[in-house]
Design a protein around this ligand. Structure first.
Ligand SMILES: [Ca+2]
Ligand SMILES: [Ca+2]
Ligand SMILES: [Ca+2]
Length: 443
């Protein structure tokens, strides 16, 4: 109590002091009985925007200063792609991802408010040249987690007690350094994250790297009019440029290669055939699937085929079971993973498998036009990728200067009878520039 009583006169004195100070330095219009109070006009606000909009680089500050006729009762606020960001009459903002952004300034005075819209293009710096010692092949495996599949725990082989690190090493032994072994990613979402001893440069007009798989064309498709297909088990490819140079792929460094179905699934030559076959031909951009660990009795059961083996649910309201087939008897759930549920996220591609025999004995997995792993034979140009096809989460091309890390995940959720689930295989990745191969990009 006593404290408050003492404080009040001091506060009042301070208040009058500020008023006296303010009136002696600023124009006190009421005292002078002169000018009208300031009213904000749209044209009173100016921002010096370069022709073509603002440009900046990732992880560098974009600095914008607003000029005004008066700031009397005026407030400034900003949004980026519709989300509020901090800032006032000056804006300092750092973008972590490349792309095009819509920046909006709102200037308000009481109930009056005006908006001003700008574009910002965020690009990347220059890439470091590859050192003399650089090899064109995979030198690091950061992570490997296959989804449920008939080759899971066998490609590579899981042995009792193996850890995640052990499995990563086995993957490197298989597909690193031009060893050209083979790993399977299992069903939808199963992935591998790999790296190199240098940055794969994005050369203009050229494809930059090739992903090796085991796709092949059908030798005896009973459907004579069918387009190219056979065993095409497309993996979606993600790429990361190590912009912060920490030698690791960080969350905000990833972009997805927009393959042909990303562009338009209906353009695939087999699209109508797949529709007629009852396939789900949608492309789901934020697909999520969860696989549930089966009980041990099922894992060890020799009573195959086991139709209700591993339950899955997705975020599109679908669910089902992965089948244990008669050819592969090991557990199909990754054995070094400790949880009871395994969730994967990504872009889910149209189902491309069709039983062309009509009796369940000749499945053809049709070929997407471009931009995926394990979708085209290894010697065909379409097994190679132009880094310029990388897009951000808004689907905008981001013009990466190069790529340090690649993630490949199985892109289709489909069971194909006796053939089993669609599962991407990977046997290597090659830097085309270090190999001296010049493959033009698509028109
Ligand atoms: Ca390129
Ligand atoms: Ca990084
Ligand atoms: Ca394959």
């Amino acid at each position: 109590m006593r404290k408050n009583l003492l404080k009040r006169p001091i506060r009042l004195l301070a208040f009058y002091g500020v008023c006296l100070w303010a009136c002696s330095f600023a124009s006190c219009s009421e005292d002078e009985g002169g000018t009208e109070p300031y009213v904000l006009q749209q044209s009173d606000i100016t921002v010096d925007e370069p022709e073509g909009g603002f440009t900046t680089q990732v992880d560098q500050l974009l600095h914008i200063e607003v000029s005004s006729v008066s700031d009397e009762g005026v407030t400034y606020s900003w949004t980026l792609d519709g989300e509020t960001i901090p800032g006032g009459k000056t804006l300092d903002y750092m973008f972590s991802q490349g792309g095009e952004y819509i920046l909006t300034l709102t200037v308000s005075q009481g109930s009056v408010s005006y908006t001003y819209t700008f574009t910002v293009t965020v690009s990347f710096g220059e890439v470091d040249p590859a050192p003399e010692s650089a090899t064109p092949y995979i030198t690091k495996i950061f992570d490997y987690m296959p989804a449920v599949g008939q080759f899971t725990n066998t490609l590579p082989v899981y042995e009792e007690g193996n850890t995640q690190n052990d499995m990563n090493q086995k993957v490197l032994d298989a597909i690193g350094h031009n060893n050209r072994g083979m790993i399977s990613l299992g069903g939808f979402g199963g992935y591998v994250v790999l790296g190199f001893d240098h940055t794969i440069e994005n050369k203009a007009g050229l494809r930059d790297f090739r992903v090796l798989g085991n796709a092949f064309d059908a030798a005896a498709n009973p459907n004579p009019d069918a387009p190219q297909g056979g065993s095409c088990e497309p993996g979606v490819i993600m790429v990361a440029y190590d912009k912060n140079k920490n030698g690791m792929p960080d969350e905000d460094e990833w972009y997805e290669i927009a393959g042909s179905a990303h562009e338009d699934p209906a353009q695939e030559s087999w699209y109508q055939m797949a529709v007629n076959n009852g396939n789900d031909v949608s492309l789901y951009r934020n697909y999520e699937i969860t696989y549930y660990r089966p009980n041990e009795t099922m894992d060890s059961s020799l009573d195959v085929p086991l139709d209700e083996y591993i339950r899955w649910e997705d975020n599109q309201g679908h669910s089902g079971y992965k089948v244990k087939n008669i050819y592969h008897n090991q557990p199909y759930f990754p054995q070094w993973y400790e949880g009871d549920e395994l969730t994967f996220r990504g872009t889910c591609l149209p189902q491309n498998g069709i039983d062309e025999s009509g009796q369940g004995n000749y499945f053809v997995l049709y070929k997407f036009r471009y931009g995926y792993a394990d979708n085209e034979t290894n010697n065909a140009d379409e097994s190679s990728i132009d880094i310029d096809w990388a897009v951000n989460s808004k689907g905008q091309y981001v013009s990466l200067p190069g790529v340090d890390f690649i993630k490949i995940y199985c892109g289709v959720n489909q069971e194909n009878g006796w053939l089993g689930e669609c599962s991407t295989e990977v046997s290597g990745v090659e830097d085309l520039h270090l190999l001296g191969e010049e493959i033009p990009t698509r028109e």
